[in-house]
Design a protein around this ligand. Structure first.
Ligand code: SF4
Length: 339
């Protein structure tokens, strides 16, 4: 991909407790592109976001390559790493209250984020700039409210202030890790709209980490589905949501309440322990179309955006010119494969 803002090559992360949280991730995000990373809790989504920013705990082993605007992150430490954060990638985390120092005014946080990388203006001179930035994120009465302390703001407003701080230096990549997880319906929509507007206005690329497939499809151009520390499907949002190919993507979709599609079908079982990851495909224990060879050898590689040789074989058999289309059975329902 030309003009990649983020490039990951065979990224592996093993925590000090022996958990192999990421087991070979290859992914690129282009300039201005929004990509959503989806999967259940424990699949490695947040580890991926944290690794990109070099924020993994001490003692964690990281292998492979992370390039932010072509600059390596793996192996970089101290002030050089800090200078990459904020300047090349901003982070919005799920707990807005946890992002703010309770004894510091909200506007001062936004100003501090800017001054970490740009000391050309004094703090005092930057208050009107901070108010304008908050105004662009639809914070009412921004001049007055910027002087408030975090406890005087609602969760939705604080999350928008966190977006302001994360984008204060116009980083080419914004990482949003479950940014609406702690917010109720209307507030979540408000925050997501603020995030998307800012991303589009600035031409910033975005990595949205979420377990909500619907939100991912609404916000991102591409979706990457993650399972047990590996990517199992990557494709255009529309394709992944309308015609998911990997059995795990299909199971995630089947678990969603969708009008006119009958009752949601919860995904049975759990993500396997990643202290000793299973052989072969980690989804084999939950997969309705698993075959004998699925739980053997190396995990399936992601090829053409799909990490399942069984489905790939079926799709090839489904092409025009082949004997017939093939029905299959996922989550107990007869269905048809979509290419
Ligand atoms: S490789 Fe086998 S177990 Fe894994 S998703 Fe494909 S069919 Fe299922």
């Amino acid at each position: 991909m030309n003009g990649s803002v983020l490039s990951l090559r065979d990224l592996k992360v093993t925590y000090a407790n022996g958990v192999h949280a990421l087991r070979g991730i290859d992914l690129e995000i282009g300039r201005g592109e929004a990509l959503a990373l989806v999967g259940e809790s424990g699949c490695g989504k947040s580890t991926l976001a944290t690794a990109i920013l070099g924020l993994l705990p001490a003692g964690t082993l990281v292998g492979g390559e992370i390039l932010l605007q072509g600059q390596p992150v793996v192996g970089v430490e101290g002030s050089r790493l800090r200078s990459l954060r904020g300047r090349l990638a901003g982070l919005v985390i799920q707990d807005p209250m946890g992002s703010f120092n309770p004894v510091m005014r909200v506007g001062a946080h936004v100003i501090e984020a800017r001054r970490l990388h740009d000391r050309t203006s004094s703090e005092r001179a930057l208050w009107p700039w901070a108010a304008r930035l908050l105004d662009s994120l639809r914070i009412p009465e921004p001049e007055r409210r910027a002087r408030h302390y975090p406890h005087e703001w609602s969760g939705g407003m604080l999350q928008r202030a966190a977006i302001a701080a994360a984008t204060a230096n116009h980083p080419p990549l914004l990482i949003a890790d479950e940014p609406t997880a702690s917010l109720d319906g209307d507030l979540a929509v408000e925050v997501m709209e603020g995030l998307r507007e800012r991303q589009l206005r600035e031409g910033t690329a975005m990595l949205l980490v979420t377990h909500q497939l619907g939100l991912a499809a609404h916000v991102a151009e591409r979706i990457a589905v993650m399972y047990a520390g590996r990517l199992v499907e990557v494709g255009a949002s529309r394709q992944v949501v309308r015609s998911p190919r990997h059995p795990y993507s299909r199971a995630l979709l089947a678990a969603l309440p969708r009008p006119g599609r009958g009752l949601p079908e919860p995904l049975e079982g759990e993500v396997p322990s990643l202290v000793s990851p299973p052989l072969g495909c980690a989804f084999a224990g939950r997969c309705p179309i698993a075959e004998g060879g699925c739980g053997q050898g190396e995990p399936p590689e992601l090829m053409d955006g799909l990490a399942c040789p069984v489905v790939r074989r079926q799709l090839v058999g489904d092409r025009p010119g082949c004997a017939r289309s093939r029905d299959w059975d996922v989550s107990g329902k007869r269905g048809r494969l979509h290419g």
